[in-house]
Design a protein around this ligand. Sequence first.
Ligand SMILES: [Zn+2]
Ligand SMILES: [Zn+2]
Length: 141
Amino acid sequence: MIRVSYGTWYEDLRAFVRAQAPDDRKIDETRTVTCWCGSNAFWVAYDQGRGAARRVCACGIDHLMLDSADDWPGARPEWWECAEGCGCHTANVGAGFSPLPANRGVDLAVLGLRCAACGSLTHAGNRRIDYEPSTFLLDRL
Ligand SMILES: [Zn+2]
Ligand SMILES: [Zn+2]
């Protein structure tokens, strides 16, 4: 039986992405996204294997999340839709980041999505980051 997790609001993504981290990684920083227009529900295309994702807002903002632009041409993204049958196609977006020592950056981002209608939670992949400094990615979700 697959256990589905739900978040009662978008900030529950922070605890969810922490829980999705690999055993050898600690999530130190979490972020959730609110668009400049005030919305936090996005259409999201993602490649779970790469942890690459694109979010599109009703206001027209179309953003390749984190450093997804680097390998988006080779990605095989799918548009997220709620797997719980509620018919919703927009999600809240959050991520957790695993820090490198001495404030050099982060080496992993765990992506999470929450259905904007029913609250079901999706682990959208883990993005590996193999360069430094990479702290700027905290502001690129
Ligand atoms: Zn917007
Ligand atoms: Zn749903």
